[in-house]
Ligand binder design. Structure first.
Ligand code: SAH
Length: 432
């Protein structure tokens, strides 16, 4: 096909042409990677989705979904969607004094209960009605899988519209971490991640995001998480590393973060530094996050330091390139003073070459020292994928090389592989 034909092409033909051009560009880019790998006696595996088909967009590249294709409805309004002032206004409209808002908030955020029977400080004849108005049921537990002697639990939740999401609760020697979801599915289409395979269904509401924490706290208080030390333990660390791209659901995620850090009884009274927001690299949203004045911990899922490979691994790299994402991450550090982390899933013969460790170190050091640390994650198996994690000697070499070049690096201890609860394995198909 020549370009002069393109005026007479049908839409289908135009798409085919763009796909062809994208494939040619991809082949050219991968030739570069291949020759570099060969120079260190290694091979270069080419990223392709195995066992499932990546949806392709009109540009011939993997489709990116920033919003849902169909109009979807959100769950009914819940107390946790509202600020304390909004709760007070809501109760006033129901003919109740403002102080009832604090009582209801305490039941929910501090006692983790929505059971009218337990709300003895509220007028008996109105409890039922209040609970219905303020606490519609958001998360219904469908399944609970445990591993590590009960110290890791994966929850599968059904939402009001039948959507399924997961969260993973993990006890460490001196902290309890909850990995939460922010969207039903994900529109970022990364070929190595199970969540993206089904696309984006919808954004989760603020209260749905928060209810994952309240439910986990209730389980902990009831002694349901292995290794209990005392009954008033609770989740101290939140990582937005469950299903979804948190920065693609910016407003609701930020509202949830505000409520996590708000003093009780308005919120959970958690520390912002215990909250990690992980993103695939939505640069404008990273910049907005830096201006929020809530110093959460920021993590960037980089996975490759070169655009040649990152274009293939992280489809959103077609919008914001490696250097733009790193600049935004560095500016986050400058604005907030919080050291950022770079996540790097190590995939055998794909992104684990020494030259990539060197290029990564060079790009990070070029922006300064002490602002960043790297968190390599050995790839977790995803159904239908033939990709495998890096060999352990290659992993060590990669970590060592970064360390030698002055970049603090810690290998992530992934929990929950046995229950498909580890990074990238959350798919909520309900069959496991
Ligand atoms: N959308 C957000 C949060 C998602 S998951 C983000 O991209 O950061 C959290 C981390 O797990 C991300 O760094 C993601 O790239 C990584 N991950 C995805 N699939 C994985 C897999 N199969 N093995 C290891 N890590 C994976």
């Amino acid at each position: 096909m020549t370009s002069s034909d393109s005026t007479t092409l049908t839409a289908v033909e135009r798409k085919a042409l763009r796909t062809e051009q994208a494939a040619a560009q991809r082949a050219q880019q991968l030739r570069i990677s291949k020759s570099r790998a060969e120079a260190e006696g290694r091979s270069q595996v080419i990223p392709t989705a195995e066992g499932w088909k990546q949806e392709m967009g009109a540009d011939g590249r993997p489709e990116l979904q920033f919003s849902t294709k169909r109009r979807v409805s959100q769950p009914p309004k819940h107390l946790a969607d509202l600020t304390l002032a909004e709760r007070q206004a809501e109760l006033k409209a129901l003919g109740l004094p403002a102080f009832r808002a604090k009582q209801l908030s305490t039941h929910y955020f501090q006692h983790y209960t929505t059971d009218p029977e337990k709300m003895s400080d509220l007028p008996k004849e109105r409890r039922e009605e209040l609970v219905q108005a303020m606490f519609p049921k958001l998360l219904t537990e469908v399944k609970r899988l445990e591993t590590d002697d009960g110290k890791t639990i994966k929850f599968l939740w059904r939402l009001f519209d039948g959507s399924l999401v997961e969260s993973v609760l993990m006890r460490y020697p001196n902290r309890i971490t909850l990995c939460i979801s922010s969207q039903c599915g994900c529109g970022m289409n990364c070929p190595f991640c199970a969540t993206g395979q089904a696309g984006l269904t919808r954004n989760m509401s603020t209260a749905e995001i928060l209810d994952q924490i309240v439910q986990a706290n209730r389980v902990i208080a009831e002694g349901g998480l292995g290794g209990q030390k005392h009954p008033d333990e609770r989740v101290g660390n939140i990582v937005f590393m469950g299903m979804g791209e948190p920065l693609a659901n910016y407003k609701r995620v930020m509202n949830a973060v505000h409520r996590m850090v708000a003093e009780a009884p308005e919120g959970l009274g958690m520390s912002a530094r215990g909250i990690t927001v992980s993103t695939v690299g939505l640069v404008p949203a990273i910049r907005k996050l830096a201006d929020e004045n809530v110093p959460v911990t920021f993590a960037l899922s980089l996975h490759a330091p070169d655009d040649e490979l990152r274009d293939e691994l992280i489809p959103v790299n077609s919008r914001w390139k490696v250097d733009e994402a790193l600049d935004a991450a560095y500016d986050y550090y400058v604005k907030t003073g919080r050291r950022v982390s770079i996540e790097y899933a190590l995939i055998k013969d794909m992104n684990d070459h020494e030259w990539r460790a060197e290029m990564l170190a060079k790009k990070l050091n070029a922006r300064g020292r002490g602002w960043v640390h790297v968190n390599p994650i050995p790839l977790n198996p995803v159904p239908g994928s033939i990709w495998t994690r890096s060999e352990s000697d290659i992993t060590s070499k990669f970590v060592r090389r970064l360390d030698e070049l002055g970049v603090p690096t810690t290998l992530r201890d992934t929990r929950g592989k046995e229950i498909d609860g580890a990074c990238g394995q959350l798919a909520a198909d309900g069959d496991k």
